[in-house]
Design a protein around this ligand. Structure first.
Ligand SMILES: [Zn+2]
Ligand SMILES: [Zn+2]
Length: 406
């Protein structure tokens, strides 16, 4: 089969690799229809996440059709169209039983590596380094999905893959970020980063009752999307003092909650941005955190910081004094996708939220190297790329298959 493989920093290639096989009773093989490139794939692309090996198959956002099911699978069979959550969860451990799916104790065979770094392990993740289990990813024609009965969600008839591919990660991650804000009616939620997660976090915050959302970014087209699709007020952090402006906009108090949808590769401004860049380049600091510092500064006293952007290591100049003095609550982590999927599928089915508005580019799996470059450089106002995994016309969605006999 064809698959997108990691070969080093800024080097991804589409290689021919062996087809995946059923390994455990609970596995299924999914024929991938649609897969997307995620902001966190860029951390791999940029060489920020350790424990990648040449030839690793990338991709943790994919949907498709089951073509083979292991003998232990009871909820699914060949032919079912499914959404595959990015964390792999066993369904039986203490964490899974408490709906902390992305913290599953049993699905990361390399847990020791993570325990050494973080003190404990998280769930395995498709296509996301050997630190997260070394599972082959879904930017491929086929993928092995373990614990199928636990994680997968059937796609209701009539819903195209484009509307649900973002339910594998982006939408649940954004939705969790919004739920972590404990939104009350009348609340203002400020969101750093108007990329895929930020845009859907604003949508989610409004859905959960926020009165007002404020989007912060530096790319005009992203700010425009936040304004158009999420009726957000917007701030360009290169043009204004964000914390001061947010205070002005909220009667001097600051937003009730602040969502970080940027993470460890924040592009800071001024001396602080330079400080982080230099320290990160010299490996004196693993994560650039200028966005996070702004959140702390801007949030109202007693408010909540919700972290959905990925952090991998240590941050420097963390204003712990301000977090303490202002009585802030901080929550974050990988999304417990399984927990939110049924509700989010229903929202899509009832046409309350269609997350596919963030998709700006569509290509074939073979175009992945160009896609990664384009996404990293935010070329052509690129926000979200989806790739069709099957080259043959028969595998394309009906409406888009070329007419035969011509
Ligand atoms: Zn993702
Ligand atoms: Zn588990």
């Amino acid at each position: 089969m064809r698959a997108v493989c990691w070969h080093g920093k800024h080097d991804v290639r589409v290689d021919t690799v062996p087809d995946p096989q059923i390994v455990s009773r609970g596995d299924v093989i999914v024929k991938v229809a649609l897969t997307s490139i995620c902001g966190s794939d860029l951390h791999l692309y940029d060489g920020m996440i350790p424990a990648m090996k040449k030839g690793d198959i990338l991709g943790h956002e994919f949907v498709g059709e089951i073509v083979e099911a292991g003998p232990g699978v009871t909820r699914f069979r060949a032919g079912d169209r499914v959404i595959v959550p990015f964390p792999i969860s066993c369904g039986a451990c203490w964490y899974c039983k408490h709906e902390l799916w992305s913290l599953c104790d049993n699905t990361n065979p390399n847990s020791l590596m993570m325990e050494n770094i973080y003190g404990d392990t998280g769930a395995g993740i498709f296509g996301y380094s050997h630190l997260y289990g070394g599972y082959s990813g879904g930017q491929a024609e086929y993928v092995r999905v373990p614990f199928a009965d636990v994680g997968l969600e059937k796609i209701p008839d009539g819903i195209p893959y484009e509307q649900v591919v973002l339910l594998t990660d982006v939408f649940p991650t954004a939705y969790q970020a919004a739920t972590y804000c404990n939104i009350n009616p009348g609340d203002t939620v400020a969101v750093w980063g108007c990329g895929p997660i930020g845009l859907l976090a604003m949508k989610s915050a409004l859905h959960l009752g926020a009165e007002r959302v404020i989007g912060i970014d530096r790319f005009p087209e992203r700010l425009q999307m936040a304004h158009t699709h999420c009726r957000a007020d917007v701030l360009n952090y290169e043009e204004v003092d964000v914390a001061k402006e947010l205070q002005n906009m909220t009667g001097g108090r600051g937003p009730d909650s602040c969502i970080d949808a940027v993470g460890m590769e924040a592009a800071g401004t001024g001396i602080e941005g330079a400080y982080d860049s230099i320290k990160q380049t010299l490996r004196l600091e693993s994560d650039r955190s200028s966005a996070l510092r702004q959140l702390v500064k801007a949030c109202r006293k007693g408010g909540t910081l919700s972290i959905s952007g990925v952090y991998g290591g240590f941050v420097d100049k963390m204003p712990m004094g301000a977090i303490f003095a202002k009585g802030l609550t901080m929550r974050g982590g990988q999304a417990h996708v399984h927990k939110y999927l049924p509700h989010l599928v229903k929202l899509v089915q009832d046409r309350q939220i269609d997350p596919s508005f963030i998709i700006t580019h569509r290509m074939l799996l073979e175009d992945a190297p160009r896609g990664y470059r384009m996404f990293r450089d935010k070329e052509d106002s690129c926000i979200k790329i989806v790739m069709k995994a099957q080259a043959s016309a028969a595998a394309l969605p009906e409406a888009e298959a070329p007419a035969s006999g011509t």
